[in-house]
Ligand binder design. Structure first.
Ligand code: GLN
Length: 287
């Protein structure tokens, strides 16, 4: 591309960053790079090396529309319709939680267990309950080429998104989806069960940032009166769907280590590992 009379990559970045800064976003420069990079399909390095390239007027228009949406609190990856998780590009839909970097810790934590099981049993079979975009299961399958996985979800729209993400990342042959609530539609055993279930107490939802409460699906956030409904539902039946040497890993809220541990211990599980996130909050438990 050549230097044009209209907008350049650098000019557009500057405009978006300025509008985001005026609106008091926490990190206007990073969000501007994500948005403009996403619209132009350029990496952050390419945004620099192509900074004097011309930008088509239609893209400038798209960026201005996107700015309006962001100022209305829509998260930048929702506007783009996709984000990366564990190195995999994933589509989002209104029926799916936006995968968070913190959830990559669940993948990091479970991965060595999957590898160890792989050396014992060969084909490790993984269940992701409430799979949403498929993020957790697809990341594990991508890292473990012999593993197979099932994503279950109560939302058929989420399952469609998850299947699309499996196809996009070349994992469709090893990933299937099952439609149902918790274990309702599951009729086989797994070596590993993972889940990032809804864990926020119902009364707290209205206090969350608009980026979360207005754009993530309520069904992916709302954990009932005390936030623990999902863990109780999973703990009650999980043993029936695990092989004897199997394990279960869940994401938890920052203050739920004790309560979730007692829910699972009450169902006969043994806590193997508790892991904190980048903010030093308890985030992942393995049983
Ligand atoms: N980590 C999410 C948030 O608070 C909550 C996800 C969940 O309930 N599983 O932004």
């Amino acid at each position: 591309m050549s230097r044009g009379q209209g907008s350049t990559v650098a000019g557009l970045l500057q405009e978006v960053r300025a509008r985001f800064a005026e609106a008091d976003l926490d990190d206007p420069a990073t969000e501007a790079r994500i948005l403009v990079g996403g619209l132009l399909h350029l990496s952050s390095t390419e945004l620099v090396t192509c900074s004097s390239d011309a930008v088509q007027p239609a893209v400038v228009e798209q960026a201005r529309t996107a700015i309006g949406r962001r100022l209305n609190h829509e998260p930048v990856h929702r506007i783009l319709g996709e984000r990366e998780f564990y190195g995999l590009p994933l589509r989002l839909s209104p029926a799916t939680l936006e995968p968070r970097p913190d959830t990559e810790i669940l993948v990091d934590t479970i991965l060595p267990h999957v590898r160890r099981l792989e050396s014992e049993v060969g084909n490790v079979h993984i269940l992701d309950i409430g799979t949403g975009t498929g993020a957790i299961c697809l990341a594990l399958l991508h890292e473990c080429p012999q593993a197979t996985g099932v994503g279950s979800d109560i939302s058929s729209e989420a399952l469609e998104t998850a299947r699309g993400n499996a196809e996009r990342n070349g994992l469709a042959a090893r990933f299937t989806t099952v439609h149902g609530s918790w274990f309702e539609a599951i009729h086989e055993r797994f070596h590993v069960i993972v889940s990032n279930p809804p864990y926020i107490a119902s009364s707290v939802i209205s206090t969350l940032a608009p980026e979360v409460k207005d754009f993530d699906p309520p069904a992916a956030l709302d954990g009932g009166l005390d936030g623990l409904d999902a863990y109780r539902a999973i703990a009650k039946d999980a043993a029936r769907f695990l092989h004897p040497n199997g394990m279960l890993g869940v994401e938890i809220g920052y203050d739920q280590r004790e309560t979730v541990t007692s829910v699972f211990e009450g169902a006969g599980f043994l806590l193997l590992e508790a892991v904190r996130d980048y903010g030093q909050n308890d985030r992942v438990l393995v049983f």
